[in-house]
Design a binder for this molecule. Structure first.
Ligand code: 5GP
Length: 194
């Protein structure tokens, strides 16, 4: 992705239903660019065994999260399936000022808050090939109890409906490599090179 007129970086917003494979896509897309970085969110969600603090998320308490809200340290924040998630403002602003491009992997509520701040953000929504496929992926992930997984699944249809309104780009994650290629293409077309 190239720099804008004033050498500022760009924001890429990547959303999609839980379990659709956004994180994997984002990690692969970042590898294809020299100047694209992943924003690391803060969350009150418990860390799973496979996750690393400071790498997948910054795992913090509700009190710490509230303090960040009170001090206006979050660019956006939302409650998703009973847990709080937010994007640290300083990291994103510093990156953009330094001409770096940054991906925010956030939900639709967060995207709605971010868009007025970065109106030229590249908006990508990732869809599962079928609803059945999403169910299968949730089962395979095995990170949470069945009731929590069900909550995530039932939230998916509402999120997909809202997405048509806000996201310019919709991609289907049927084949990981193809989904990554499509994202790279979208990002390149919105102003840059890998
Ligand atoms: P998970 O618990 O599966 O990692 O994430 C649950 C949902 O929270 C996903 O839809 C993910 O995109 C969203 N999410 C992760 N980080 C943030 C964030 O910083 N802000 C918002 N608004 N949503 C987030």
């Amino acid at each position: 992705m190239s720099e804008t007129e004033n050498s500022k970086g760009k924001v890429v917003i990547m959303s999609g239903p839980s379990g659709v494979g956004k994180s994997t896509i984002c990690k692969e897309v970042v590898k294809r660019f020299d100047n694209l970085y992943l924003s690391i969110s803060v969350t009150t969600r418990p860390k799973s065994k496979a996750e690393v603090d400071g790498q997948d998320y910054w795992f913090i308490s509700e009190q710490e999260f509230q303090e960040r809200i009170d001090k206006n340290l979050l660019l956006e924040h939302a409650e998703v399936f009973g847990h709080l998630y937010g994007t640290p403002r300083d990291k994103v602003e510093e990156a953009i000022e330094a001409g770096k491009n940054i991906i925010l992997e956030i939900d639709v509520q967060g995207a709605k808050q971010t868009l007025p701040i970065f109106p030229d953000a590249v908006m990508i929504f990732v869809l599962p090939p079928t609803e059945k496929d999403l169910v299968k992926r949730m089962d395979n992930r095995g990170r949470e109890a069945a009731d929590a997984a069900e909550k995530r699944l039932s939230g998916a249809s509402g999120e997909i409906a809202a997405a048509w309104q806000y996201y310019k780009h919709m991609i289907i994650n049927e084949d990981l490599q193809q989904a990554v290629d499509e994202c790279v293409q979208i990002i390149e077309d919105s102003g840059g090179e890998s």
